[in-house]
Design a protein around this ligand. Structure first.
Ligand SMILES: Cc1cc2nc3c(=O)[nH]c(=O)nc-3n(C[C@H](O)[C@H](O)[C@H](O)COP(=O)(O)OP(=O)(O)OC[C@H]3O[C@@H](n4cnc5c(N)ncnc54)[C@H](O)[C@@H]3O)c2cc1C
Length: 456
């Protein structure tokens, strides 16, 4: 493709950079630096890149092992996919989304006023209409300030950043609204319950579910990570163990081979650390005050993803279908390939994905694969009419699943954006430095690359 270097060898180097971590944020930073003429190496601990956004092909079935969807508001994500030549594989499923309520699925289409109104009245109960309208009024005030999680516009976050969603809704919102709609939205979008999510986080969840349409690729959401990875130099199976700092400047990183234990040093003019906050704290010894505080305050909830391959088609609402705890579900949401791109499964067959987040995921993290698959099958069978056992399955556990959008999140992001890591040529990236989404991860990688180049 014109203008995009195919490999590190094709270009004249403007400088050398090393990126710790080959998830979406690290790959975005490396891809951007490469386009700016830098010679970049990504060091990734696992045997494959993508981190929490990886897609695998199992016997012809496509499984997203972490992130499931991008949204049509994810500008950086979508533009980068087009730039990398995979835009024509986008799909915006026509199938509705849904929420399980009183033993049935209520369907809705984002941005469709009638279907969203139907959803709201069905999940809040007509008897509670006045109280519901009051809580919606409070939400609307926040929504007026909300555009997106965006480190360029942190001011819009001020108000909802200071209180939890639970305390916002405690004043007048009916219990049915909290249990049937607000909590499932927060658990789906950001992986945490209302008492841990900020009010601004809830507003973002409302917007993601009701206003943003689902977008996927025929080849899975991990396609973008794969497309970026093909444009940069990557060394997998290499764990970064520390950032070397001399006289207040980063001079590279130290590493260890996962397979052999062999240690190494990688000198560089610029270092980008794109690891989840607790891991970044471990490898960056000299983070400045704002960065250290932001990293230490980042709270993660785990996520468990169970993919099931069925030789027959699932019937019913394609998804994502939110599953409220008040209905007895342990999973947070389910979806099928028809709610992403039909191509995820061979013709006539289906992929069902069951995702556990929040405190349930904490309880399930240590469980064995067989028990988790059995639990996922039970949850899926309540929503989709499926007979028999799946033909194949896969369980993925993410210890650092989602950085919770807790109170003070926006203030921490703002402080990080202003002060950086405290070391001019050590840049931090990752979803915890912006928003806990694929868009946030990509934007943070681009931001790190641009800031690093300007500062070195
Ligand atoms: C279950 C689940 C569902 C989700 N669903 C969605 C969704 O539908 N839409 C959405 O937008 N977002 C979703 N997300 C969030 C999204 O996946 C993340 O925001 C995004 O993938 C984070 O990318 P990252 O690069 O910041 O971090 P990561 O993907 O965690 O990347 C960090 C990388 O660093 C590597 N690493 C760790 N330690 C070291 C080391 N010492 N040395 C070298 N490498 C190291 C890791 O192996 C990993 O590859 C979901 C997350 C989960 C868990």
């Amino acid at each position: 493709m014109p203008g995009v270097p195919e490999s590190a060898d094709d270009r004249t180097s403007a400088g050398t950079a090393v990126v710790a971590g080959g998830g979406m944020a690290g790959l975005a930073a490396a891809y951007r630096l490469g386009r700016l003429g830098w010679r970049v190496t990504v060091l990734e601990k696992e045997s494959d890149t993508g981190g929490r956004c990886r897609t695998v092909n199992t016997g012809g079935y496509i499984f997203d092992t972490g992130a499931q969807y991008c949204r049509d508001s994810f500008d950086s994500f979508l533009k980068t996919a087009i730039e990398l030549g995979i835009g024509e594989t986008f799909r915006m499923p026509g199938a509705p989304q849904g929420i399980y309520n009183s033993g049935r699925v209520i369907e809705f289409l984002p941005r469709n006023a009638r279907s969203v109104a139907r959803l709201l009245s069905a999940t809040s109960g007509s008897g509670h209409l006045v109280a519901f309208l009051r809580s919606l009024g409070a939400c609307m005030a926040l929504l007026a300030h909300y555009r997106s999680f965006n480190i360029r516009f942190p001011g819009w976050w001020e108000r909802g950043d200071a209180v939890t969603a639970a305390s916002l809704l405690a004043d007048g919102a009916p219990e049915s609204f909290r249990d049937a709609l607000a909590e499932p939205l927060a658990l789906c979008a950001f992986g945490a319950e209302l008492d841990r999510t900020s009010a601004a986080g809830l507003m973002a969840a409302v917007r993601l579910a009701l206003a943003d349409r689902t977008v996927s690729f025929t080849t899975g959401v991990g396609s973008l990570a794969g497309a970026m990875a093909r444009r940069v130099e990557i060394r997998t199976g290499i764990e970064v163990t520390g950032v070397m700092v001399d006289n207040g400047r980063a001079s590279g990183v130290t590493s260890r081979s996962v397979a052999t234990g062999e240690v190494g040093e990688h000198a560089a003019d610029l270092v980008v650390c794109s690891l989840p906050a607790p891991l970044a704290l471990g490898v960056c010894p000299e983070l400045g005050g704002a960065a250290r505080e932001a990293a230490a305050a980042a709270v993660y909830t785990p996520g468990v993803v169970v993919n099931l391959a069925y030789p027959e088609g699932a019937s019913g609402t394609a998804g994502p279908v939110l599953l409220p705890r008040s209905e007895g579900f342990r999973a947070s949401w389910v979806s099928t390939n028809a709610g992403k791109a039909d191509e995820y499964a061979p013709g006539g067959a289906s992929v069902v994905t069951v995702v556990f987040t929040g405190r349930e995921a904490e309880a399930l993290m240590q469980g064995g694969d067989t028990g988790l698959v059995d639990l996922a099958v039970c949850e899926a069978e309540r929503v989709y009419r499926l007979g028999g056992d799946p033909a194949a399955s896969r369980v993925d556990r993410h210890e650092f699943g989602m950085p919770v959008v807790s109170t003070g999140h926006a203030a921490r992001v703002r402080a990080l954006a202003g002060h950086g890591s405290g070391t001019s040529n050590l840049l931090l990236a990752g979803d915890w430095t912006s928003s806990p989404t694929l868009e946030g991860a990509i934007m943070s990688g681009f931001h790190a690359a641009d800031t690093g180049v300007a500062q070195v």
